[in-house]
Design a protein around this ligand. Structure first.
Ligand code: ZN
Length: 449
């Protein structure tokens, strides 16, 4: 398969369609993903322009590709454009079009991965290819990495590269998903830059009771009844809001009147204000300023005539920057209250939140470049609630942001719905903007001609 185009818009569109059709669905199993299929496509795109390519394969089929344009000045910084090639599963019945058809209809490409994040991976690849093909000689090094397994904690992709193949991916600056959807505000167009992400504390809570006969339940110690109360307490627990620097800067950049922003910047008033907002906005704002606890799995009971003595719950907790595992344990115990002696809390995964500084040469580059595409726009920092591969690079000391660029036709609300949802799609204009933006960012940050 070879894609050769003079027109970057046609090239990126074609590449995105191929990546969608490869259906690199990651269900969390080690044998899913099959990212080798998309590595082959990307290799066919990149190789003819003479790029150095390396492929890493920690498990059969779980391939990640790394391409480099080596800089001429060893003291200049390295920038990595970091895309993933895997996608989450679909419920095909709920889609209006084939989720893996990659159809182009009226200037819109449909399919799983169209916004998460095959659109960006395709545009990063095309930008890198075009820079190489024109013989660009940067001072700093440009790396393009298309990694496997982002959708299942990055174990066979970014985490593997960061831990085992550091020379291949060592970077001062990293750009990955997501951001850059133009948001209208009284102060003009704002483009979000994801400077940090929340952490994950996934835990199992075992609730214990005493077994007995279901025919005589009077004053028994039923673990399921207690678990129901534990779930209720966790669901209604209200951790105190944390008004962090990113949140302050985001809100103050939106140009809203003071009376609207003041309660959102006050930890004692924000919860009441969230109650008055549309639920979609409130949910996002709440996640940006609070630890969240969501009890999502319960296993308990074995036989209809037996009072159960154990029930297991699993709770998805998302942590804020600066919070430790001990902080979260304390919070869970506080939520459970006087049922504490009947529960055992065991963390299954703790991946702390990560943040990059809001002042950096990369921030300045994104501000200069975005202004060329959206005149008078301003970049605003945001924290994302979910996890991305950026965290592995932040831990290695890189400044990592989530960015991209979308057209005016693309609405932030739609993004929220399509992300891991149904009818995922992206317009061709957004693909063009992202491709041109990555090229401009690489040149601005790494120099050279
Ligand atoms: Zn993604």
């Amino acid at each position: 398969m070879a894609i050769a185009h003079d027109d970057p818009t046609a090239e990126v569109t074609d590449l995105l369609q191929h990546l969608i059709r490869n259906a690199c669905v990651n269900d969390g199993g080690e044998t899913s993903g099959h990212e080798a299929r998309s590595v082959e496509v990307l290799r066919a795109v990149l190789e003819p322009s003479g790029l150095d390519l390396e492929v890493y394969e920690p498990l059969p089929g779980r391939q990640s590709l790394v391409a480099r344009i080596e800089g001429t000045d060893p003291t200049a910084p390295t920038l990595t454009l970091l895309g993933h090639t895997d996608v989450v599963p679909v419920n095909g019945d709920a889609w209006s079009r084939d989720p893996f058809g990659g159809e182009l209809v009226d200037g819109v490409v449909w399919g799983r991965g169209a916004v998460d994040m095959l659109n960006l991976t395709a545009s990063m690849a095309v930008a890198t290819r075009r820079l190489a093909a024109r013989g660009w000689k940067p001072k700093g090094t440009l790396v393009f990495a298309a990694v496997a397994d982002e959708e299942a904690a990055g174990v066979w992709g970014a985490k593997h590269l960061a831990e085992r193949e550091l020379d291949a991916v060592r970077s001062d600056y990293v750009l990955t998903e997501s951001g850059g959807m133009p948001m209208k505000s009284p102060g003009g167009i704002k483009l979000p830059v994801m400077v940090g992400e929340k952490g994950c504390y996934w835990c199992r809570i075992t609730v214990t009771g005493t077994a007995g006969h279901g025919s005589q339940p009077y004053k028994t110690d039923n673990a399921l009844v207690k678990a129901a109360e534990v779930v209720r307490r966790i669901a209604t627990f209200r951790p105190e809001a944390q008004i962090g620097e990113v949140w302050k800067r985001y809100l103050s950049s939106m140009g809203l009147p003071d009376e609207k922003t003041a309660p959102l910047l006050d930890a004692s008033r924000i919860d009441a204000r969230l109650d008055e907002l549309p639920v979609g906005t409130a949910r996002l704002f709440h996640a940006c300023t609070h630890t969240t606890l969501s009890p999502n799995i319960a296993h308990g009971g074995s036989k209809i005539n037996t009072i159960p003595d154990t029930v297991e719950l699993e709770v998805d907790i998302r942590t804020l920057p600066g919070q430790s595992a001990a902080d979260i344990e304390r919070m869970v115990h506080e939520a459970v209250g006087d049922l504490r002696d009947s529960v055992l809390v065991e963390p299954a995964i703790f991946d702390p939140a990560s943040e990059s500084p809001m002042e950096s040469p990369l921030w300045d580059t994104l501000a200069r470049v975005a202004g060329r595409f959206y005149e008078g726009s301003q970049n605003v920092p945001m924290l994302i609630a979910g996890a991305t591969d950026a965290r592995f690079f932040r831990r290695l000391g890189a400044t990592a942001y989530g960015f991209g660029l979308f057209s005016r036709a693309f609405r932030y609300e739609d993004y929220g719905k399509m992300f891991h949802g149904d009818d995922e799609r992206v317009d061709v204009e957004s693909l063009r903007l992202s491709t041109e933006m990555w090229e401009a960012v690489a040149i601005d940050l790494l120099g050279g001609a």
